[in-house]
Design a protein around this ligand. Structure first.
Ligand SMILES: [Zn+2]
Length: 548
């Protein structure tokens, strides 16, 4: 079996003019001896062939393991004399470039295995696994090999690139990733996202004609200074996100109207909320706790508004009251005290038996335990506590039954984010939910109370259609309508689009977008976390740029 494996080694070595003459097994290592069969070789300087032997030496090359043993090839190398009188070189050795690089102490196949492990796992983890797989190495060697493979990469000059930032330490240090959008490959990762750092990189790549970027100012500034003739493309995903944020801000401001609309929607049994049925003692405690929290929040809201009226800045108010400045901003933007959205409850196993429980209570049964036994016989598999709290809720404190059917239940007021999802029906950009008749009724009610919502809805939906069709003229008409919208949030979105008009229009005419770049940023984040966030930017760069 070993002889068979050595036969395979022999065939590989024959390609570089070597012949296996023997092998020795020493504990964990197999040493394969090979002689040279090369009679003449070309001089690397003058390319003249020479057959004048000068001497011999041996090279030891680590190879991938065979049959659980480390393999070392002990290869004879012949040195020849250059016979060309004009050549500066006196002697040269034969070329085994196909087997191993210059001065390398491992074969190319061994190095390739290390590169692949290094790119997949980073330094330490890859070195540990490599030793396990019989490729003796250390973490430092692994990094050195990774660096060597990174330097050796030759890239065609990029024409269309996407630029995005990523967090090295969120809120403190950021890096930049550049992706060749035509070849769908990351081509550079470096630290910093300031205009100067990005401009330096861009200046070194004058072949770039189109740059897709997010709507951050630094990148646009960098492209303008370094490559003033390059076409900038605003990223479609960021445009959509900006639109979403603006519509959401508008809905936050319309909090009172949203609550009014929610009260007009009578919900079906399946989306029953907690409200209107808080009679039990446990639930009463829960309710009072929630009331306490609301009171605290209301007090905080009033303090914020008082300070705001005195001319305090959002950050200043946040510092003074020790709350996040975003909370302050939400309070100020919402126009009235923003109620917490109530959590809508899904269907429960008890729903099927609710009618039966109501009937039994109407018949005069007061014992929750008895009712639990009965519903269990009817196939209910849930807990007793659920039945008990349901029975307690249906019984008033005086012990008189109050029939649920007599009460009208309205929809709990949704959060702005959820209402946005119902309004525009975008998946991924909003909370994903199955479509419901109640949601649509809520949207209709809201549009009636506040016609501006209907206006924003049609503008937002049209925007999505424009992105698919890519007709710049339609986009211009749409932008004019957006600038005249009665909601200030939409108008501010319009003016932000106008500030970056050339790049935004390009987004509607050119096929390039930063979707790919976002994907590569996600991969980068994954690699970063895989190394516990402790890897240097350099190692991260090597792994991101390496093909896997
Ligand atoms: Zn020569």
């Amino acid at each position: 079996m070993v002889a068979g494996a050595v036969g395979v080694v022999d065939r590989v070595l024959a390609q570089v003019g070597k012949r296996v003459v023997g092998y020795a097994e020493q504990q964990e290592t197999m040493l394969v001896q090979a002689h040279s069969t090369v009679r003449a070789a070309p001089c690397p300087t003058c390319r003249c062939w020479s057959g004048r032997l000068h001497g011999c030496y041996r090279r030891h090359l680590a190879e991938r393991p065979i049959l659980d043993k480390y393999v070392v090839l002990c290869v004879e190398m012949r040195r020849f004399k250059c016979m060309n009188a004009q050549c500066a070189r006196r002697t040269f050795s034969e070329d085994i470039h196909a087997l191993a690089g210059r001065h390398q102490r491992r074969t190319r196949s061994h190095a390739r295995a290390l590169h692949a492990l290094g790119r997949a796992l980073g330094g330490e983890a890859a070195a540990r696994l490599a030793v396990e797989l019989g490729l003796s190495t250390s973490a430092d060697t692994m990094l050195r090999e990774l660096r060597r493979s990174g330097d050796a990469r030759r890239m065609p000059a990029p024409r269309v690139v996407g630029i995005d930032d990523w967090a090295i330490a969120r809120g403190h240090r950021y890096g930049t990733i550049v992706v060749d959008l035509e070849r769908r490959e990351p081509i550079e990762v470096f630290e910093g996202r300031e205009a100067t750092a990005v401009a330096d990189w861009l200046r070194a790549h004058p072949t770039i004609k189109i740059v897709a970027r997010d709507r951050a100012g630094a990148y646009s500034e960098a492209v303008e200074t370094a490559l003033p003739r390059a076409q900038q493309v605003s990223d479609r995903w960021h445009l959509l996100t900006n639109l979403r944020d603006n519509v959401e801000r508008m809905l936050q401001r319309l909090g009172p109207q949203m609550r009014q609309a929610a009260q007009q929607v009578v919900v079906g049994e399946a989306t029953l909320g907690r409200q209107g049925s808080t009679r039990g003692s446990g639930l009463r405690a829960w309710q009072s706790l929630s009331d306490d929290r609301r009171a605290l929040r209301l007090a905080q809201y009033e303090k914020v508004m008082a300070l705001h009226d005195q001319g305090g800045t959002m950050k200043g108010i946040g510092r003074e009251l020790a709350i996040d400045h975003r909370t302050v901003r939400n309070f100020i933007a919402s126009g009235a005290f923003p109620e917490r959205a109530r959590r809508a409850r899904g269907p429960t196993p008890l729903d099927a038996h609710r009618q039966y429980i109501e009937d039994r209570i109407a018949q005069g049964c007061r014992c929750p335990r008895q009712i639990w036994r009965e519903v269990r016989q009817r196939g209910y598999a849930g807990s007793r506590a659920t039945v008990q709290s349901c029975v307690v809720r249906l019984l008033s404190p005086q012990g008189r039954p109050t029939l649920v059917a007599a009460r009208v239940r309205t929809m709990p007021c949704p959060s702005a984010r959820r209402a946005l999802g119902w309004l525009v029906g975008w998946r991924k950009l909003a909370v994903e939910e199955p479509k419901s008749v109640d949601h649509e009724r809520f949207v209709q009610a809201l549009c009636q109370i506040e016609p501006v919502v209907a206006e924003a809805r049609s503008l937002a939906r049209e925007f999505l259609g424009l992105m698919h069709r890519r007709r710049p003229r339609e986009f211009d008409r749409w932008l004019t309508r957006l600038s005249k919208c009665s909601a200030p949030e939409m108008r501010s979105f319009a003016s932000s689009l106008r500030r970056d008009l050339a790049a935004v229009r390009a987004a509607f005419t050119l096929p390039w977008s930063n979707g790919q770049t976002e994907g590569h940023v996600n991969r980068l984040k994954f690699l970063k976390r895989q190394m516990y966030g402790r890897a240097s930017v350099e190692l991260l760069r090597l792994r991101v740029l390496g093909k896997n």
